[in-house]
Design a protein around this ligand. Structure first.
Ligand code: NAP
Length: 249
């Protein structure tokens, strides 16, 4: 797909992978709208990239995303790409029960319900375009779950499954469905959890990762893996199902 002269909304475009994509679209002369929760981050991004439209929104909140969609569709009728990128990750010890589960943000609401609802809020509009795209960011952990991120891994498996079905339903329409499957990338994702658990390896840099995504988009790949992750992660289900990443964590 072409990255130039598009109008793109990137959820969670204020840091990490979302910001990397926002910068790439801007460089290609596209109009970029980013949303995020943290007003301080939105302010800093607007100062750094005055061309961006920055909008506050908690993607995990139904009325907030409805308001965002209405606002974007009214102000930017040219929008032809939705990037469902916003995501959070938590380490959760399932043995600690309900209080541990509820001790932080709701990963299901942000990572999955938010993505499904955003897609539904934009789909009719995108279907009217000559060419449009929905880009969903899943994770390698959706294919090979990590025990200490149980809900996160499950939401990302859900994003993968949903993207497969969405692509099938949209076959023959102008809307392309792309799934980005990042490996571990050094961003702010679960930074507090990684710091508290003294996890030294933070993954590859954004500078190394973003070109993989851009190359995949330019080559019109349906699912964009990094390196040989595609072969490792897409083993027949029977084999990969019993496989966990870092089972001892
Ligand atoms: N980094 C990795 O190793 C890795 C690996 C696989 C997949 N991914 C996926 O890549 C995507 C981007 O993550 P990242 O690594 O770039 O992390 P990041 O640097 O923490 O960026 C996450 C972005 O999402 C936004 N966000 C989080 N919750 C939100 C909410 N409820 N509503 C609106 N915006 C929200 C954040 O803004 P605020 O701070 O304002 O909330 C931020 O802009 C996520 O879906 C993540 O699951 C990352």
């Amino acid at each position: 797909m072409k990255l130039s002269n598009r109008t793109v909304l990137i959820t969670g475009g204020t840091s990490g992978i979302g910001l990397g994509l926002a910068e790439a679209f801007l460089k290609s002369k596209s109009k970029v709208i980013v949303c995020g929760r943290n007003p301080e981050k939105l302010k800093v991004i607007k100062e750094k990239f005055p061309e961006f439209t920055v909008l506050p929104c908690d993607i995990g909140d139904a009325s907030a995303r409805e308001k965002l969609a209405a606002d974007v569709l009214r102000r930017f009728p040219d929008i032809d790409i939705l990037v469902n990128n916003a995501g959070i990750q938590r380490y959760i010890d399932l043995k600690k029960g309900y209080s541990a589960l509820k001790a932080g943000d709701d990963e299901i609401a942000v990572n999955f319900t938010g993505l499904v609802d955003m897609t539904a809020l934009f789909i009719e509009h995108l279907l009217q375009k000559q060419a449009a795209a929905i880009i969903n960011v899943s994770s390698g952990l959706g294919f090979m779950p990590m025990p200490n991120t149980p809900v996160y891994s499950a939401t990302k498996a859900a994003v993968h499954t949903y993207s497969l079905v969405l692509r099938q339903q949209l076959k023959g329409t102008p809307v392309k469905v792309i799934e980005i499957v990042p490996p571990m990338v050094d961003t702010d994702l679960n930074k507090a959890g990684r710091d508290a658990n003294h996890i030294k390896f933070r993954g590859i840099s954004l500078a190394e990762y973003i070109p993989t995504v851009l190359a995949g988009l330019e080559k019109d790949e349906d699912i964009i893996f990094h390196g040989d992750a595609g072969t490792v992660l897409t083993d027949p289900r029977g084999k990969s199902e019993s496989r966990l990443l870092n089972p001892s964590w």
